[in-house]
Design a protein around this ligand. Structure first.
Ligand code: UT7
Length: 324
């Protein structure tokens, strides 16, 4: 049976020029490179330059993905930008990207599911393609979390970084089985009872942007429990198992979460793409960044079965199974 699939056509990423090593925090905080490295796996992260916004980062990543696909901005039907750090409260950062890539015929909007944002965005892009509302969707994850840090809170400010990654998904025919290229299954979840575990203490209600607050240990506990579960659920939907997976591309928050999830999934670390050491936690940007790096370094190849999974503020979490 012929069916429609949302197939990856191009991928790209962008990291701001400034790299900040763990040791830089030792001057201003009661912390050490050793603590950050052993508790989180992070060694360095990138911070946006003054005046460099999320839509700037997103545009660089989008242009890289367009070049990879051999397309221009005018060829895109829809732009979905996953971010919690849009340049302004409104309009969406996606519409800013739309203007910057020279697209005037499509439509653009942001999705806000914090660190799970890219998984939610992929799922929505898939739905647009399968329902015939778009044939080519630019899906971006971009963040400037350096703008929402409390620089006196050593439990959070050493963990996050800035960056952007982008994919282009295109409608293509498939056979309707798990050998098809493209998005094969998605699983989305949220539970608003956990809002106090990870949130920004500002916004429209307070008339200031606010800073990130996190109960790290509790978020860690939920992550380990929920990530393997959502990945299994997504794989089950298409009758696949962990043995079929070529690459797990997890949200990059903490190497210990990545390792525990891989173990629970039954996938060896030799089949996991890890970038947390170089990027820190870039929230919605972490998965597309890892996908792009995974392709650039020759790991992820056409036809590989890829599973992405993420959890973040909300709590919101989910997984996407796709064949590259
Ligand atoms: O992307 C969204 C999802 N977010 C996550 O997945 C993050 C989940 N959480 C984590 O990754 C980890 O919980 C952290 C990396 C945030 C913390 O690691 P932990 O092993 O859970 O440490 P902890 O919070 O239990 O803190 C242990 C100790 C505490 O000291 P006491 O109370 O034992 O004296 C902290 O005050 O480490 C202390 N600490 C630090 N010490 C040096 C916390 N941050 C630092 C720091 N440097 N930067």
């Amino acid at each position: 049976m012929t069916t429609l699939r949302a197939v990856v056509k191009g991928v790209g990423h962008y990291l701001p020029a400034r790299t900040v090593e763990n040791s830089e925090f030792e001057a201003t905080l009661d912390t050490t490179d050793e603590w950050i490295r052993t508790r989180s796996g992070i060694e360095r992260r990138h911070f946006a330059a003054e005046g460099e916004t999320t839509s700037d980062l997103a545009t660089h990543a989008a242009n890289a993905a367009l070049a990879d696909a051999g397309l221009t901005g005018a060829d895109i039907d829809a732009i979905i930008l996953a971010t919690s750090t849009a340049d302004n409260t409104f309009p969406s950062a996606a519409t800013m990207v739309q203007a910057k890539i020279g697209n005037t015929t499509g439509y653009a909007f942001d999705i806000q599911a914090v660190c799970a944002g890219f998984v939610f965005a992929l799922s929505q892009a898939n739905a647009l393609i399968l329902s015939g509302q778009a044939s080519r969707v630019l899906v971006i994850g971009a963040e400037t979390f350096s703008r929402i840090m409390d620089w006196t809170d050593r439990g959070t400010c050493v963990l996050f970084g800035d960056g952007a990654g982008a994919l282009i998904l295109e409608a293509a025919p498939g056979n309707g089985d798990s050998a098809d290229r493209g998005i094969l299954a998605t699983d989305l979840n949220s539970d608003g009872r956990y809002r106090d575990l990870l949130y920004v203490d500002g916004g429209v209600a307070t008339q200031n942007t606010g800073v990130l607050r996190m109960q790290g240990k509790e978020v860690f506990r939920h992550a380990v429990e929920k990530l393997a579960q959502t990945a299994h659920t997504a794989l089950d939907k298409v009758g696949l198992s962990a043995d079929d997976v070529d690459w797990v591309v997890p949200h990059q928050a903490n190497i210990r979460i990545i390792q525990s999830t891989a173990k629970k999934l039954g996938v060896g670390m030799d089949r996991v793409v890890v970038t947390v050491q170089d990027h820190g936690n870039t929230s919605a940007a972490s998965i597309p960044l890892a996908l792009s790096v995974g392709v650039a370094n020759g790991k992820i190849k056409r036809g590989d079965l890829v599973v992405t999974e993420a959890i973040g503020g909300g709590l919101a979490w989910g997984a996407v199974v796709l064949r590259w």
